[in-house]
Design a protein around this ligand. Sequence first.
Ligand SMILES: Nc1ncnc2c1ncn2[C@@H]1O[C@H](COP(=O)(O)OP(=O)(O)O)[C@@H](O)[C@H]1O
Ligand SMILES: [Mg+2]
Length: 391
Amino acid sequence: MDPVRNPYQPGAGRRPPELAGRDAELDAFAILLQRYELGVGERGRVLYGLRGVGKTVLLNEFQAMAEERRWVTAKVEAAAGRSILPTLAQALHRSLRSATGRFERGKLLGLLQVFRAFSLRMDPDGSYTFGFDVQVASGQADTGDPAVDLPELFAAIGATMRDLGVGALLLIDEMQDVPVAELRAINTAVHEMGQGADPLPLVVVGAGLPSLPEVLAKATSYAERLYEYVPVGALDQASAHEALVVPAEALGVTWEPDALGRVDQFSHGYPYLIQTGGKYAWDYAATSPITAEDADAGLVQARREVDAGLYRARWQRATPLQRQIMRAMADLSADEPTSMAHVAEVLGRERNELSVPRDQLIKKGLVYAPDRGLIAFTVPGMADYARRQPD
Ligand SMILES: Nc1ncnc2c1ncn2[C@@H]1O[C@H](COP(=O)(O)OP(=O)(O)O)[C@@H](O)[C@H]1O
Ligand SMILES: [Mg+2]
């Protein structure tokens, strides 16, 4: 079929042509926004799940929903070993600048002054102007210590937003990579805002790997109560089919049931794999409907792309011993969690010999510990890839 009109969108954060199976999450978030506007408030959200399930796409959708309601929003993506504060200052700056276009300047001025104090500390080389004179606030958010400055900045944002009848939404992607001191400061700030009789309308929504709830709990003991934890997983079969069928039908193309079944076997319902499978089956098919043969041929290509784009780089980042661990995990229980004790047994090693490489695999984001003594892959299908690698 015409590749130019191919509707599928494999790739990190790419908006899918049909956002399937996420109505519950979207509806709940629409309610959250409206509750804050009424001054009721509720806990922020933490989305967690494997790579390629659609967490970033959901964050982007949440951001668009909030912006439609004239909220001030800022989205940052954390990266291991790096502070998020300069990025936060940049994202907030963009959003506050645009807010000056739609709200009365006088009502924003106090907040802009606090923001300038914050940004001068967090990103001294940055340029944070607003097109009109904004003094730098003194005595607020200007210590350079995030544990002090973030709660003060958040409080100033929340108070101003309440005054304006909107809210602020802070989105943090790859939140497991935020340095722990900054996580603690964020949690403190969120905690303090929710303390009063009417909570300030600044909502934090984070997204990250399955390890994220535990990372947050380690940062602050009360993190469990601060956020609502939302697991994001594979789509059920009906939603997976919708993701493929709806965009095709809009272009006058249908899928044969057997062809959908082939993509199911390839994707196991993982959105990234659905998009990749859909894309190559479409390109291979000469005419509508897309048949099982088209899907089979397309999926050979899809497999190649996923190997190159998702698995290979991760595999290459691992040392030989780390690869042996992953290979043993794959042989023992495929994509399901494996006990480290079994891995050690299979490799003929003592468990404590494996604790360093195991920790490094976790740091590299290749595996995570779903529970004490267990490990599992963070990327769906990694087990199959590991099994196909030469020894
Ligand atoms: N609900 C969905 N339905 C169909 N495709 C989706 C859905 N959510 C995400 N995708 C697709 O899955 C891929 C991965 O999405 P992304 O948000 O980057 O995942 P994550 O952030 O969890 O790694 C993208 O190609 C995106 O278009
Ligand atoms: Mg993502």
